[in-house]
Write a protein that binds this ligand. Structure first.
Ligand code: C2E
Ligand code: MG
Ligand code: MG
Ligand code: MG
Length: 289
């Protein structure tokens, strides 16, 4: 009985546990409702070539649109969705919408690159992952070489041999693979060499740390390793022109961050693509002497 075991402490502990459980349950219910009513939407953040400044691709990032039109960021529901397994269904929605939007932009002559979609650990280890992706690409009529999948170190390190198998199957389809948030996990260099990756994304934490010499050396080192492994390097979370300059000197390939653009709704991203096209057309119109 609670009272005989020191009632105050027990009840306090129990109460905060309850609050957490209630919060978790609320989010779980919200997600279920959102899936049913189609409240999950996809935002897109441009990835720019550091040399030409041209768009090379974009990352699809999920958002929850509340009935009142507010935006809920993934940080507040992805952890719960991971726990409950709802992330699998959310992931399917994101993949389908991203493929559909990109197919539209390709058909309109606005885009030629790849869209990157985040895969959670649970999605990545689905036995029918490849079939799911095949079906989605077929239904949306998006050629597989327009798709890139972002996975984290944690995902591939759960079972590296199995991860390598899955990655090879995806690569065989022409899909590109990126290691996301690189440097925050604990993947060993021995494995990094074995993973059939195309891209390495340096986590924002390292980009933020470039204000000091040690931090810059760190990014330099990661860049060298990645390039030795023939990987394209994307810097995540670039906000300042100083960071851009430093990354250019370090031969970084692609930049993603607020410096160029925040993640945009599909409608805003479509506008962004049209602006990019007009810029290119203006450049092409300059007579060659
Ligand atoms: P991530 O995959 O590493 O995505 C990059 C995050 O950094 C995004 O946050 C993006 O908005 C943010 N970001 C980009 N540039 C800047 C910058 O210059 N400054 C700052 N402060 N932030 C920047 P977001 O959209 O809130 O997503 C957070 C995380 O949620 C993602 O990290 C990813 O792990 C997860 N996530 C998002 N969408 C999905 C999804 O569809 N499926 C899965 N499984 N996870 C997702
Ligand atoms: Mg990502
Ligand atoms: Mg990332
Ligand atoms: Mg991140």
């Amino acid at each position: 009985h609670a009272k005989s075991q020191g009632a105050n402490r027990y009840l306090f502990f129990n109460d905060s546990m309850n609050k957490q459980a209630v919060k978790r349950l609320q989010i779980e219910n919200l997600i279920r409702y959102g899936l049913k009513e189609d409240y999950f939407v996809v935002y897109y953040q441009p990835k720019m070539d550091i040399v030409s400044g041209h768009l090379v691709g974009m990352e699809a990032l999920v958002r929850f649109i509340t009935p009142k039109g507010g935006l809920i960021s993934p940080a507040s529901f992805i952890p719960v969705a991971e726990e409950t397994g709802q992330i699998i269904e959310i992931g399917e929605v994101v993949l389908r919408k991203a493929c559909r939007d990109v197919k539209t932009w390709i058909d309109q002559g606005l885009f030629h690159g790849r869209v990157a979609v985040n895969l959670s650990s649970r999605q990545f280890s689905l036995p029918f992952l490849c079939e799911l992706i095949d079906d989605t690409l077929q239904q949306t009529e998006l050629p597989s070489y327009h798709l890139e999948l972002e996975i984290t170190e944690g995902t591939v390190m759960q079972s590296p041999p199995q991860a390598i198998e899955t990655m090879k199957k995806l690569r065989a389809r022409g899909i590109h693979l990126a290691m996301d948030d690189f440097g925050t996990g604990y993947s060993s260099l021995a494995y990094l060499k074995q993973f059939p990756l195309n891209t390495l994304k340096i986590d924002k934490a390292f980009i933020d740390d470039m204000s000091n010499a040690r931090g810059r050396n760190m990014v330099d080192t990661i860049m060298t390793i990645a390039h030795n492994l023939n990987l394209t390097v994307v810097a995540e979370g670039v906000e300042q022109s100083e960071q851009l300059d430093m990354l250019r000197k370090l031969r970084c390939d692609v930049i993603q961050g607020y410096y160029y653009s925040k993640p945009l709704s599909a409608a805003d991203f479509s506008q962004f693509l049209q602006q990019q096209k007009q810029q290119r057309n203006r450049l092409n119109a300059v007579p060659i002497r």
